[in-house]
Ligand binder design. Structure first.
Ligand code: FE
Length: 190
């Protein structure tokens, strides 16, 4: 490791790479492909680096095993949004990045409550996990979520998440985000 190497960056990259062979629940892509594809869509859409990295890491909660993770045989870590959010905060990722990751399941619950066209776009597996995630938000939860400061970017991330399930996609690997990760984490403690 050179002097600029950051152990958290290497930990994150390895975690994603090691998940390379694992299927992303009920989809035709692996968890690694899903993460890479989601980050790529963010980049294509002109997202800022924090949002690109949040897209890359949005499902990190599925890859970790902590005291707070609750597992289901079919759907993986049920609370992967909150588990991922905490895990990222502990490692020095920014509050905004962690909030974007932490909100990606609620974004789905919000959209299924407020946007009929969105429900049509959900894959069968994603409709199935929606039930386990609490189903569409009720009116008062949706009203509260609509006031979320990161609402717009949470919904953007969610749309890339939905798109990131193409088995034929080829694009930049997770390791190509190393410098971006180093830049993001270098702001820790400032
Ligand atoms: Fe996802």
């Amino acid at each position: 490791m050179d002097e600029s190497a950051d152990p958290v960056v290497e930990e994150v990259i390895s975690l994603l790479q090691d998940s390379g062979g694992e299927q992303y629940f009920g989809e035709a892509v692996t968890k690694l492909q899903h993460a890479e594809q989601c980050a790529w869509h963010a980049q294509q859409a002109g997202a800022d680096e924090e949002l690109i990295l949040a897209s890359l890491l949005h499902d990190v909660g599925h890859l970790i095993d902590t005291e707070s993770t609750i597992r289901d045989d079919r759907a993986g870590v049920i609370n992967h949004d909150d588990a991922g959010r905490r895990w990222l905060l502990e490692r020095g990722f920014s509050a905004r990045l962690a909030a974007l990751v932490g909100g990606h399941v609620d974004a789905k619950r919000y959209l299924t409550a407020t946007n009929a066209a969105y429900v049509e776009r959900l894959s069968p597996a994603s409709r199935e996990t929606l039930r386990l995630q609490g189903g569409p938000m009720d009116e008062s939860s949706a009203e509260a979520f609509a006031r979320e400061p990161e609402l717009r970017d949470m919904l953007r991330l969610r749309s890339w998440d939905e798109m990131a399930k193409d088995p034929k996609w080829q694009g930049p690997p997770v390791a190509s985000y190393r410098e971006m990760l180093v830049r993001h984490l270098s702001r820790r403690g400032r």
